[in-house]
Design a protein around this ligand. Structure first.
Ligand code: SAM
Ligand code: SF4
Length: 444
């Protein structure tokens, strides 16, 4: 029996790619092990979005080299796509270098590896069947990812994704809805639609659905109780998406809408294709919706040329929107990107200072907004049980963590676990990052 070990970094797209890779390997007769030292095939699924990603990958590959005898090593994902065959030069013990568009060809690549080929590459973007990997081994028993669009046709000045994931390719609505139906039959109740820009989705088949119509259709699949989607690009975000959320309670009332900066000057230097006013119009649509829609975002501080005045505008945008949560990043230089040619790079210490101010400002907003939820009753999907705190771990439709106690189920019994069920939970306490509560209804 051949064994494999896989290590995954990066976004949900990468996590889902690894699920496809694992499914493919299991179907080829491989079995999975938890220690790389005991595996025949070691795969490293990489991310190159920020920081010194390439160096970290080579450092990890060096560690693997300690015990390389008789083993086959493969580098997958964005660093594989970005560095290509150069990886073989710097890490000669690596035999496979493959980007995300080539995973459907994994069985053929494995045959080449098994026959002793020590320079196997999968770096083309032309694999139109990239989504149709027949086997996917999902990590979560209740929530399933479905890729609806690959790649990105935007060209944000800081971003490496268009180089590592290639041009935009949407999947047919029929194939997406079939997979959603299949997942519902397998017992999954939550689906998360994935893409670098999900709302740029354009159905390539005759049905011709846009993203809002696709959302409605997935929300109507029998057995699916929650539909999430990430990430939405502000430029392609239309009122109809908000209308769809308002109409269908199975569509989660949470939208992740990355803004990056509150300054028009920086948004233009970033080539983000919208102004602050256009972004705020989209926020207004959501604030006026009938259902309360949670909004989260990504912020980059210290983009080249960002002045104190520009930074203050990002802070004023945080105050104006009052996000439910944010991801904040220090700008980092990425290979091939347009921002490399810009002047006025900001010193690291200054970027760190700005980022901690952003987090401090946001923390105050979250403390206040969460405290307003005390007393509310939230439908909560139970994700598991935390032995250390003695609480069930739950997630609300708005994507908040809501940990709770259950009067009838103080702890999981062997025969019955609440995980996977939807419960009504009353919020009794709040903190900056999560809520705590008590279940008020039985299993539904
Ligand atoms: N497609 C999404 C969009 O347009 O908003 C974002 C995808 S990207 C994988 C996730 C986040 O990483 C971005 O929203 C951005 O905040 C951050 N990011 C990307 N490149 C970066 C860089 N060079 N430095 C710092 N943060 C970066
Ligand atoms: Fe990167 Fe911009 Fe594309 Fe998002 S839209 S993946 S930030 S280039």
């Amino acid at each position: 029996m051949k064994t494999f070990y896989i290590e995954t970094f990066g976004c949900q797209m990468n996590a889902h790619d690894s699920e496809k890779v694992v499914g493919s390997l299991l179907s080829q007769g491989y079995s999975r092990v938890d220690q790389w030292e005991t595996a025949d095939l070691i795969l490293y699924n990489t991310c190159s979005i920020r920081d010194k990603a390439e160096q970290k990958v080579f450092h990890r590959l060096d560690q693997f080299k300690r015990n390389a005898q008789g083993k086959v090593f493969g580098v997958l994902g964005c660093v594989a796509q970005q560095e290509g065959a150069k990886i073989f030069e710097r890490a000669p013990h690596v035999s496979l270098v493959a980007g995300s568009a080539s995973y459907a060809k994994l069985p053929q690549m494995l045959v080449q590896l098994e026959s002793g080929n020590r320079r196997v590459t999968g770096l083309d973007f032309d694999a139109s069947d990239a989504f149709e990997t027949p086997y996917t081994k999902r990590d979560n028993p209740h929530r399933a990812y479905i890729t609806i669009i690959e790649g990105c046709d935007k060209a944000c000045a800081y971003c490496v994704v268009p180089f590592t994931r290639g041009p935009e390719r949407s999947r047919t609505s029929e194939s997406i809805l079939n997979e959603a139906g299949e997942l519902a039959r397998m017992g999954y109740s939550e689906i998360q639609l994935l893409g670098q820009n999900v709302n740029s989705y354009r159905d390539p088949s005759a049905a011709g659905l846009d993203f809002a119509r696709l959302l409605r259709a997935v929300g109507e699949v029998d057995g699916i109780r929650r539909v999430r989607f990430t990430t939405s690009h502000p430029r392609d975000f239309v009122q109809d998406i908000v209308d769809a959320i308002d109409e269908n309670p199975y569509l989660c009332n949470h939208v992740h809408l990355p803004v990056q900066s509150g300054s028009d000057r920086i948004l233009s230097r970033m080539q983000r294709l919208y102004t602050r006013a256009e972004y705020m119009r989209r926020i207004e649509w959501m604030k006026k919706a009938r259902r309360p829609i949670a909004i989260s975002t990504d912020i980059i501080v210290g983009f080249p040329g960002e002045t104190e005045e520009d930074f203050q505008q990002t802070l004023s945008l945080l105050d104006a929107v009052e996000y439910d949560s944010i991801f904040g990043f220090k700008y980092s230089k990425r290979p091939n990107t347009a921002a490399l040619a810009l002047e006025d790079h900001i010193p690291e210490e200054e970027k760190s200072r700005r980022l901690s101010i952003v987090f401090e400002r946001q923390r105050a907003v979250q403390i206040r907004r969460h405290s307003e939820l005390v007393g509310a009753v939230e439908e909560t999907l139970v994700e598991g049980y935390n032995q250390a705190t003695g609480q069930w771990i739950g997630r609300t439709s708005q994507n908040r963590t809501l940990n709770f106690v259950h009067p009838r189920f103080p702890r999981p019994q062997a025969a019955e676990t609440l995980a996977g069920s939807y419960l009504e939970v009353r919020v009794t306490r709040s903190g900056p990052n999560s809520l705590a509560g008590e279940a008020i209804a039985g299993i539904q």
